[in-house]
Design a protein around this ligand. Structure first.
Ligand code: DGP
Length: 137
């Protein structure tokens, strides 16, 4: 790890308390301290990297393995049938804590939950763009 631990690193280390809902060797999940809606949970890797694209394959796999299970538990307890998974990377993309995290945000009947502004445009040069991204993998 380079630099000061983030607030989530300190939660992993037990220096800062959290309302833990799940933990294994690679993953920790806990309630968001400022929930957008009741049942808002954060799921984080114990690997200390800021952005999704920095995650090791093992840490990514560990997250992917438990996310649906935690989502099912949130649905069962809150009664929501709809929810968003949000994962922000970079300050301009609304990331405030620079340790990878997935939000599970229930959408409740009262309208509480994530609000999304979705400015769809027309796809331009799809074929060459897809080929370029594919080649970059
Ligand atoms: P983001 O904007 O994606 O980086 O979201 C960071 C989230 O982390 C935000 O919803 C509030 C939450 N958060 C920040 N500090 C703490 C904390 O100390 N404890 C808990 N449980 N959540 C925190």
């Amino acid at each position: 790890m380079i630099g000061e631990p983030t607030i989530f690193g300190r939660i992993i280390d037990g220096e800062i308390p959290c309302h833990r809902v799940y933990e294994d060797a690679h993953v920790l999940a806990f309630l968001d301290v400022g929930p957008i809606s009741p049942g808002h949970v954060l799921v984080i890797p114990k690997e200390r990297v800021a952005f999704l694209h920095e995650l090791s394959d093992d840490a990514a796999a560990a997250l992917g393995r438990v996310l649906p299970r935690i989502a099912r538990a949130v649905m069962s307890v809150t009664g929501c049938s709809d929810y968003n998974i949000l994962q922000n990377n970079g300050a301009s993309a609304h990331q405030a804590v620079f340790h990878v995290h997935f939000h599970i945000i229930p959408k409740h009947a009262d309208g509480s939950g994530l609000g999304i502004e979705w400015n769809a445009n027309e796809l331009v040069d799809g074929e060459s763009l897809a080929a370029s991204i594919s080649e970059a993998l």
